[in-house]
Design a protein around this ligand. Sequence first.
Ligand code: ZN
Length: 173
Amino acid sequence: MGIIDDLVVNNRTYSAKIAESHLPVEPSSHLAIVTCMDSRLDVFAALGLGDGEAHVLRNAGGVITDDVIRSLALSQRKLGTREVMLIHHDDCGMQTITDDGFRNELRESTGVAPAFAIESFVDVEVDVRQSILRVRRSDFLPYREAVRGFVYDVDTHALREVVVAEETVGGVA
Ligand SMILES: [Zn+2]
């Protein structure tokens, strides 16, 4: 029996003890969060959020990819979110690889190099700043001013904010 079978059993217990309710599809905080898939970051617990309060978009690294922009465009234009919170974290797996190294690994094992960017990074704060700028420079997003970036310490569970120098915010990409 795999872990998924265990989780299905857990869900039976969970759903049985919580009263049925229906929340609006629009997040009540009007917030979208983009963060890493890291299993040590419980986003709702770490930020004091509850069900129905925020969109959470996750991928390896919490990178602002075209697909994240797709989701943010839907989040803002169809589901009422107005602010974007970016959360990277210390000790990220994306800091343990290189783009070329992982690309070569994929090509050697499959015969095909991927079309997507790997998006590894060395300095987490540099990557947060780049992510903030990618959001601010996307024409698909109508609400680009209220975007803030943070690094989550997976040991202390504390956030620290990363700011972008104002002269780069309106700069030409
Ligand atoms: Zn990570």
